[in-house]
Each structure stands twice: as structure tokens, then as C-alpha cells.
Design a protein around this ligand. Structure first.
Ligand SMILES: [Zn+2]
Length: 841
């Protein structure tokens, strides 16, 4: 009866939709439900789909279920940046709960060499179901309310069989901070009479929206690099359980229906076995049947790919599991007009609920097959790895232990075994030092995952990519690295990474020296200059007391400082220890090379940095910079919205960062004039990627942009025109550039080659004077990833960086992203060099 009422109200004439969804609308029919289990409404005060659930209410409900049901336990695996708990429900039969640890350890043996004797016919399969990693794709987390209720309360043999045969890991919100932000937005605009007009403000979130987490990261790109707290919880759960299926519930455009994987058959990563896609397809038949039953339109094998292992539905595929992407056409708020008629929020929630259920239906029916696939996956790898010529990888940086440590940290999070060095060693032309280098043997549980992280790939079966086409980690970190044909140089395996230590060598009456190579040197320098101390940067190398110091060494004199000699020592000792680096006390200013009193040392100003955010600016790019300053370097960065930029007194700031944005029209004329006047008075403006065209149009920089004129569509039919254009997109690949180590932009780098990440097609012509091209792409720059032939011709010998004087200030441009997704540690220093040494350029 209630169900019928729902439909009647939705179908009432255009404009008035006073619908009241009820729980019955979502649940399978003809089943009884345990009355001792509270419904969502009894706990959170509203029906599923009536309002957008806030994360706190979602949490209360899941806690209430765990309390009421002996099928469910709940655990907290950490917190988001905003302090929200990252909970996980474990759902299975009470008998299984009683021996859960035994089930888990048996299950893990399938991925190890001792799994051969296990009888998979008697083992439960493990399903990890996660919802709304994009916070404003909320139908997933809202469906999790009804789904968790069903799992706790449904009675009868059908559910009991599933609970006997499965361990379900239910993650109701992959992105609590984003979900909370979006729920607030959708709920504050809801009218009593639901308004489906797409122009309604409810469907137009303000910048930055609820898709991302606190620092505006797309967390569905972080499953491989694991840089964010939410990802750390997910990846820990993944490795703890090695699920057979992992599902990832999303939303897409409002005019779309419902998508489930497999995606485009030609766009699967070559390290993913064929049988993975066959199993994905077989699982898909269960979704199709379930959606047919409720009359929902859907599609499969189109649009979405299965390429980048940093995505939730692809990461499992390189781990012997099956990742499944779901995409539901979004109502954004509570109801919206669409090409498929009126799209209600409850309708979208019901599709997510239905496919959550068809997932466990498939897992139950295909249980042995999935478990056997997992076992075979690991067995075959072990056989193949023993035949592989590559026995391991060595990586490190003798001058920057912290950067190498952070790559090791990713390996640790992915449960990849790595070793310290037995002794310092030289491989090829590079030195690797014990303590700042590591060896990863391929002879271990998952060599395929290691390959996915370390390999360079430049040939592809398809030219279209949903996301980046390369992520080779040692290049992202700009570390020295090498494939090894034997690992005799490996010392003991590292069970737990200990933090890198720093120290000061002693107390000085004269001066202290701090090399600029270590990853945390910018943080150290910021602490020193914020304390009001004078520091200078060396523009040439020199040798003092037997040590060689590179370009960019920081010198802190003892005399004439705000702090007394002993206080200075105490502060610098703390700085060295906090930043995992070495500060050397020296007794003389007389060197081989520039003396410490030389004019070849430039003074360093205390930096006050601002960054534009808001309309016109990419939240991803801005968030990466905010995160870098705030969480890695402990530096203030003032976020100024483009909305009120014209009212701000910029003279408070030494640097203004403009992250990538809409391009030539991203800021108005008044803003251009204001920023230019400020630069002429001595400010440093630093623009990224699309800001190039804005700089050019507003005469900040005189740029020649290289364009391809050869590309013509010949023999391309109408229905292939999108693929033709798509093949010209540089979605994310890695390129090699030459570095002029004497230029301040290159301070702190020890090699004269650098790997740059780029996801634009902006190609800048080099300057005629070689010294004005401190970073220049080589004549054969592609290191890893996809670029079209036409664009590859343009990038050769072009430049990704410009620095020019304007009045008394500086205009600095990077066409590439130096801070990509928090894991591109290798180019972070380029941006910090622009901040600290812009005046010397
Ligand atoms: Zn999504």
C-alpha cells in the first residue's frame, strides 16, 4: 500500500512532488524483517531518500545496527581530516563471527604459497562494498542505510545462505567529509514541494563542491599512492581481507541511466588478466537481471575504462580480486528533470541498493569460482616471477633520504616487502647509500602490483584514457632507480619503517649550513625565517672543512641575529630533528669557492604566501597546493576567493599562487590590473598550467605557444569523431627535462635530468638565450604514458617553465603540475624554489 502511494504522488502533475519515500520502496518483497532491528527512520528521524543523510546520522544508524544485530560488528579505522570516524561494518552469519579470525587467515592463504590444500568449496568469499567516494554522488551512502538494514533484519533462507557463505565488509561512506558537505547543500535548498527545475540552486553546488575530501582531493585516484587518511583505512582493510569482489558506487550525469562494469573492452590495463574481465561480465549478468526486475535502464561495456590502478574499481584487478564500478545517473538534489523523465533521489538510491544486493547474489553463486580464481592468480604469478629476468628494483637518493622513505612508506601501506641495503653500492652511474635507498625483490606475494608501480610503459592498445596513462613511482619521486637482475646487495627486510632522523653536528660561533636537497628543507627554512632569523642562499657550490656544498645551500650566520648563540643552537637543533635533515656547524667562513661573506649568497625574505581559490580555479590543483603547504611544510597559505580578490590588500603578501583554472578568461580585467601593479611593486606571481594563456592575454608574459597544424581527420567517420579528438588529449604522462643546476629553480636537485608530470597540451617555445631555459624537455622526452604523435613532436625541446622580471617583481609560470595528487614528491621542490628564491631568478 505504501509503495503504491509513493508512485501516485510522484506522478502527480508537473511541479508538485510532495513524495514521501518509504523503506518498502527499496526492499525486496515477500520477506519478513526482524522487528527488533531499528529502521533508519527510527534512529535518524527521516526515511531513506527523504533527506540527504548527513555523515553523523549515517554513523549513528550503523552503530545502532551493530548494537541490535548479532550479524554485524562495527570498527573505527581512523578519522578523516575533519575528524569524522572511518567506520567499517563486518556482516556475516553469527557462527562466522565466532570464528572470524580463522576465516580471515584461511582466506589469506589463498594469496600465499600455503593455500593449495584449502577446500574452497567450504570457504566463505569476501565482498568489500563501498559507497560514495565522491561525496556529492550521494545515492550510494543513502542506499547503504537501507542495505545495512536489509542485511541486519531480513529473515529467511535466502539471506541466511548468503550470510553463511560470505563475509561482507560494508563501508557506508568512503568520503565522510565530502558527504557531509553535500548533504548540507542539498538539504538547505530542499523545498516542501520538490522542485525538479534544473536551474534550481539545489542542483548547483558552490565551489569546491562535495565531490572531494577536506583538501579537495579526488580520493578515487588514491588507491595506489595511498596518500590520504581515508585511503589508508581502505587499503589497510583491503590487505587485511583480500576481498574477492570490491564494489564502488558512484553517480554520473543526470541524463544517464545506470552503468556497471565491465567497461570498454579495449581499455583494460595489460597487467589485468583476461579472466578478470570474464568474471566481471558474469557478475554483470546478476546486476542486469536485478535491474530488469525493477524496470531500470542500464548499460555496460562502454564509456568507462579499467586502466589506472589508483581507481577503486581497477585497483582490485591487480590484486586477484574483481573491482566493479557502478555509476547512477544523478538527481544531484532531491528530484530533477532528465532526458529519461523525472529523476527522483529515491529512484537513484533504489538502483544502488538493488545492485548492492545483486553483488552478494553473484558472490554467493560464484563463490568457489572467485576463490579459485584468486588462488590461481597468486600461484601463476609466483611461477612467472621465478622466470622473470628482473629480480628486483633498487631506488634511493643519497642526498634526500626522506623522499626515498616516503616511497618506501607507500610500499609498506601496500604490504609490499622491501629491504635495506647490505652496504652502500653503485649501480650504473648512481650511488645508493644504506639508509637512503631500498631494494624491492619481485619474488614475493604480488610481483604484478610491484610491476604496476615501477614499470615504464609507452605503447598502448588504445589511445583513450579515462584518467592518467602513467604513474611510474620512482619517476614521480625523482629518485635514482634501477631494475636488478640479482638482489645480492639486499640486506634485511624492513618490518616497520622507522622515521628518518636529523641532527645538528654541534654548536657554532660562526655559522650553520643546511643543504637544500632534503625533502623537508623548505619546511626547515620557513621555520627559521618565521622566527625572524637571517638566512642566505648560496648561488654557487663551495667546499668547507672537507664537505662539498651544492647550489642552494642555506647559510645561517651566528652574529647579529635576534637569538643569542645558545638559543640559536637550540632552535636549529630542533629544526634539524623535526625535518629529518642535517645542519652542520662550521668554524670559519673561508672556503674553497665562495666564502660565507660573499655576495654570491642572496638574502632570504620571510615569505607570506597567498593563493587564489574559488570560481575560475581548479579545486584539485588548489587543494594539492594547500595540502602541501599545510600538511607537509607547516606553512601558512592564505586562500583568497576570486569573489573578493578585488577588495584585498595584496601588499601583505610576497607571493601569490594562481592554480590552474579556466584559462584566458579566468579572472576579470580589474583583477589583472591589480595583480600586475602588485608584481611591479615587487610581488612574485606563480601561475600553473592554464594560467599560461591568462598571463599571455594580459601581458604578464610574452609567450609563443606551439600548435600542431598537421592533424586532419581523414577517413574518420562521424561516430568516431570523439575518439579521434580524444586521442589528442594528454591525460597524464611523464616527460624528461634537462635541468640547469645553477638556476635557483633547480636548487636542491642533484641530477641534471628531471621527470615532469603533465596533463595539458600547452607547449611553450624555448627562449633564445639558453640560460633562460633552466628546465627544458629533452629531444626524446616521453618516459612513460601516452601522448599523440602530433603532440610528441611539439613537446620536444619545448619548455615547461618561465620566469621573467616585471617591474620590481617576478612572473613565474609552470605549464606542468608540480604537486600532482600529493604523490608527486619529486617536483614539489620546484614550486618551493619559486617561493623562496623567486627574487634570485
Ligand atoms: Zn564518482
Amino acid at each position: 500500500m505504501k509503495i503504491r502511494l509513493f508512485y501516485i504522488l510522484v506522478l502527480l502533475g508537473f511541479g508538485l512532488y510532495a513524495q514521501q519515500p518509504t523503506l518498502d520502496y527499496y526492499l525486496p518483497k515477500n520477506i519478513t524483517y526482524n522487528p527488533a532491528i531499528p529502521t533508519p527512520k527510527e534512529v535518524i528521524g527521516h526515511e531513506v531518500g527523504e533527506w540527504h543523510v548527513t555523515h553523523d546520522k549515517l554513523l549513528f544508524y550503523m552503530q545502532a545496527l551493530a548494537k541490535a544485530s548479532n550479524r554485524i560488528t562495527i570498527e573505527n579505522r581512523g578519522t578523516t581530516f575533519e575528524g569524522r570516524p572511518l567506520v567499517l561494518l563486518t556482516v556475516t552469519a553469527p557462527d562466522n563471527h565466532a570464528k572470524l579470525e580463522e576465516i580471515r587467515t584461511n582466506h589469506l592463504q589463498l594469496t600465499q604459497s600455503n593455500g593449495n590444500t584449502l577446500n574452497t568449496a567450504e570457504m566463505p568469499a569476501v565482498v568489500y562494498q563501498g559507497f560514495s567516494i565522491h561525496g556529492n554522488e550521494a545515492s550510494g551512502s543513502n542506499a547503504a542505510l537501507a542495505y545495512a538494514y536489509y542485511l541486519a533484519a531480513a529473515q529467511g533462507s535466502e539471506i541466511e545462505e548468503k550470510l553463511d557463505n560470505l563475509v561482507i565488509l560494508l563501508d557506508p561512506s568512503f568520503n565522510p567529509d565530502g558527504l557531509q558537505r553535500f548533504a548540507y547543500w542539498a538539504n538547505i535548498h530542499k523545498s516542501q514541494n520538490l522542485n525538479p527545475d534544473p536551474n534550481e540552486r539545489e542542483y548547483h553546488e558552490v565551489w569546491p563542491g562535495g565531490r572531494t575530501n577536506h583538501y579537495w582531493f579526488d580520493m578515487n585516484r588514491d588507491w595506489l599512492p595511498v596518500q590520504l587518511p581515508e585511503s589508508r583505512a581502505r587499503i589497510a582493510t583491503f590487505h587485511k581481507w583480500m576481498p574477492n569482489i570490491l564494489t564502488d558506487h558512484h553517480e554520473m550525469g543526470s541524463n544517464s541511466t545506470f552503468f556497471f562494469q565491465p567497461g570498454e573492452p579495449t581499455r583494460v590495463h595489460p597487467l589485468t588478466p583476461k579472466i578478470n574481465q570474464e568474471l566481471t561480465k558474469e557478475i554483470g549478468t546478476y546486476h542486469a537481471k536485478a535491474l530488469d526486475k525493477i524496470g531500470s535502464l542500464y548499460y555496460s561495456e562502454e564509456n568507462y575504462d579499467d586502466y589506472y590502478y589508483g581507481k577503486g574499481s581497477t585497483f582490485p584487478d591487480v590484486n586477484g580480486s574483481i573491482g566493479i564500478l557502478f555509476e547512477q545517473g544523478s538527481s544531484r538534489g532531491h528530484i530533477q528533470e532528465s532526458e529519461n523523465g523525472i529523476l527522483t533521489f529515491p529512484f537513484t538510491v533504489r538502483n544502488q541498493f538493488t545492485t548492492a544486493l545483486s553483488t552478494i547474489e553473484a558472490a554467493n553463486s560464484m563463490r568457489s569460482k572467485l576463490l579459485d580464481y584468486q588462488r590461481t592468480f597468486y600461484k601463476n604469478m609466483a611461477t612467472n616471477a621465478s622466470k622473470d629476468k628482473v629480480k628486483g628494483y633498487i631506488f634511493g637518493d643519497e642526498k634526500d633520504p626522506a623522499k626515498a622513505w616516503h616511497l618506501a612508506e607507500i610500499l609498506e601501506r601496500q604490504q609490499i616487502r622491501f629491504h635495506e641495503l647490505k652496504n652502500d653500492t653503485k649501480v650504473g652511474s648512481k650511488n645508493y647509500k644504506k639508509g637512503s635507498a631500498y631494494i624491492v625483490p619481485t619474488n614475493q606475494r604480488n610481483p604484478r602490483l610491484i610491476k604496476a608501480m615501477f614499470e615504464k610503459r609507452t605503447t598502448f592498445t588504445d589511445s583513450l584514457f579515462y584518467d592518467i596513462s602513467a604513474w611510474t613511482f620512482p619517476l614521480a619521486f625523482n629518485l635514482d632507480y634501477q631494475e636488478l637482475s640479482s638482489i645480492t646487495t639486499a640486506g634485511s627486510p624492513i618490518e616497520k619503517l622507522e622515521p628518518i632522523t636529523g641532527k645538528i653536528t654541534g654548536s657554532s660561533n660562526y655559522a650553520y649550513l643546511m643543504p637544500w636537497n632534503p625533502y623537508y628543507a623548505p619546511k626547515a627554512l620557513n621555520t627559521i625565517s618565521q622566527a625572524g632569523l637571517r638566512a642566505k642562499v648560496a648561488k654557487s657550490p663551495f667546499t668547507l672543512e672537507g664537505n662539498r656544498y651544492d647550489y642552494g645551500t642555506i647559510m645561517i650566520p651566528v652574529q647579529n641575529q635576534k637569538l643569542e648563540k645558545d638559543e640559536l643552537y637550540t632552535l636549529l637543533k630542533e629544526v634539524a630533528e623535526d625535518n629529518s635533515l642535517i645542519i652542520t656547524a662550521v668554524g670559519t667562513g673561508s672556503t674553497l669557492g665562495i666564502d660565507l661573506g660573499s655576495n654570491e649568497f642572496d638574502p632570504i625574505k620571510k615569505q607570506r604566501v597567498a593563493m587564489l581559490v574559488g570560481n575560475g580555479i581548479s579545486p584539485y590543483d588548489a587543494g594539492e597546493i594547500w595540502h602541501l603547504f599545510d600538511t607537509r611544510y607547516d606553512m601558512h597559505i592564505t586562500k583568497i576567493d576570486t569573489d573578493y580578490l578585488n577588495r584585498v590588500d595584496l601588499s601583505r603578501y610576497t607571493d601569490l599562487i594562481i592554480p590552474s583554472g579556466w584559462g584566458s578568461n579566468m579572472l576579470d580585467q580589474q583583477a589583472a590590473t591589480k595583480i600586475k601593479e602588485w608584481v611591479k611593486d615587487g610581488g612574485t606571481v606563480i601561475g600553473f598550467r592554464n594560467v599560461a594563456s591568462w598571463f599571455k592575454n594580459n601581458d604578464f608574459l610574452n609567450l609563443t605557444m606551439l600548435k600542431d597544424t598537421t592533424l586532419k581527420a581523414t577517413n574518420i567517420p562521424f561516430d568516431k569523431r570523439r575518439d579521434f579528438r580524444g586521442a589528442q588529449v594528454t591525460g597524464g604522462a611523464i616527460f624528461e627535462a634537462k635541468l640547469d643546476l645553477s638556476h635557483p629553480i633547480a636548487y636542491g636537485y642533484k641530477n641534471d635530468k628531471i621527470s615532469m608530470f603533465r596533463n595539458t597540451n600547452i607547449y611553450l617555445k624555448a627562449e633564445e638565450n639558453s640560460y633562460e631555459n633552466p628546465i627544458q624537455y629533452t629531444s626524446n622526452p616521453l618516459q612513460s604514458g601516452y601522448i599523440s604523435e602530433e603532440n610528441e613532436a611539439l613537446i620536444k625541446n619545448s619548455v615547461p617553465f618561465k620566469a621573467k622580471r616585471l617591474g620590481s617583481g617576478k612572473v613565474i609560470l609552470f605549464t606542468d603540475n608540480t604537486n600532482f595528487r600529493a604523490f608527486w614528491y619529486g617536483t614539489n621542490k620546484l614550486m618551493m624554489n619559486a617561493i623562496f628564491f623567486g627574487d634570485s631568478m
